[in-house]
Design a protein around this ligand. Sequence first.
Ligand code: SAH
Length: 438
Amino acid sequence: MLTVTAVDYDNNGYGVAKVDGFVVFVKGLMKGEEAEVQVVSSRRNYAYAKVRRLITFSDQRVTPKCPIASACGGCQIQHFSTFEQASFKQNIVEGLLKRVAKTDIQVQPILTMSDPWRYRNKVQVPIGKDKQGKMICGFYRAQTHDIIPFTDCFLQHTIQNDILAFILDFYNARHLYPDTLRWVLLKRGIVTEEIMVVLITSDEGMLLKDELVKELLYTFPQIKSIIQNINRRVDNVILGDEEIALTPVTTIIDRLGDCEFAISSKSFYQVNPIQAKVLYDKVIEFARFKPTDTVMDLYCGVGTIALYISKFVKQVIGVEVIPEAIEDAKQNAKRNQITNASWITGDAGEAARKLHDEGIGIDVIVVDPPRKGLNQPTIDAIVDISPRNIVYVSCDPGTLARDLAIFQEKGYQTEIVQPVDMFPQTVHVESVCLLQKI
Ligand code: SAH
């Protein structure tokens, strides 16, 4: 047991305290708060601890809406006020830019949501049994496979919670348990309100499948597609390769600005479309596209950014490694009557290098890589192409700062950094940056 005062936060939203030069990371402790804490693990010069008793309270502490907020790994900072969440994320981006990217550029104030709840359009929950044998669904307790049941998750729409409750009631009322059902995945179009239900099972069989489908469609007219996905593996990957369509339609439609997108069970689609629109509008603002521009959208997923920007430019080339996503991108282009987009399936860096070798002139490059950021060959290929502007969309400010430093050395200066809060209540922060040739 120790008595400590948090002087800062780490990137997980833990309070950081110092005791005789020894650093203690305390889960649930806010900046400025003093508490009695219990050390749960320790190393040579740092330790992790949890709060036993708060001695002083931050005026930015709020009571989490969700009763399981601290047990469930999903929302790490529900106990932060909206103001504290914004300044926490702003500080993370500013700190990394200063320390890692070594730039003293003024970071734009983070763009937050006016209503930071029920923004997720996608939810996946594991299915299990409680001690009485009753069917439950929930979220895994952080770093375990114990299911913590919930009745109302405040990050997803109430209808998604209602559908999950309906599936549980369907079986529990009959005192039955669908042994093969492992996960339920729901997706919802926030503009169209269409819903997709994916039942992920360990083999083809599923108890009372036809009755469940019939009752779901009858009770929730918003459900447009139901799919059974078969995943025979026992690892952490949720979706398997085989699918059985349980409704004639297997996609849902959603709209972002004036573009319409078909979303399938497997394709990546931004989980917070309200903020995705904010982000994409910043891409357009920063890139300063010209009608004569040829633009490359690296890591394009189902083509969302490429299609969203297509009307401002002459031509856009999307590059993505997952073939199914490129198929969706092609369909989405057709659906929106967009004819100036073309697509390459493959690694972003290799595709960029190939276009450079072929001498195709590119005016602006947009990149939206996964958390690990860009690798050296990709950065080299981008620099060799020598676009006027690079717009870097990032979901990890650590790798972003690292990559901005490399671009700086190679002649691209960071002009604007704009954090966007895509994931309120969690520690994640998205950023969009403009880089210009010096
Ligand atoms: N820009 C899209 C998707 C961003 S997610 C949107 O806003 O919706 C990042 C995407 O990068 C994923 O679709 C992932 O499949 C893809 N990806 C991952 N590694 C890649 C690589 N080496 N080359 C090309 N694409 C890659």
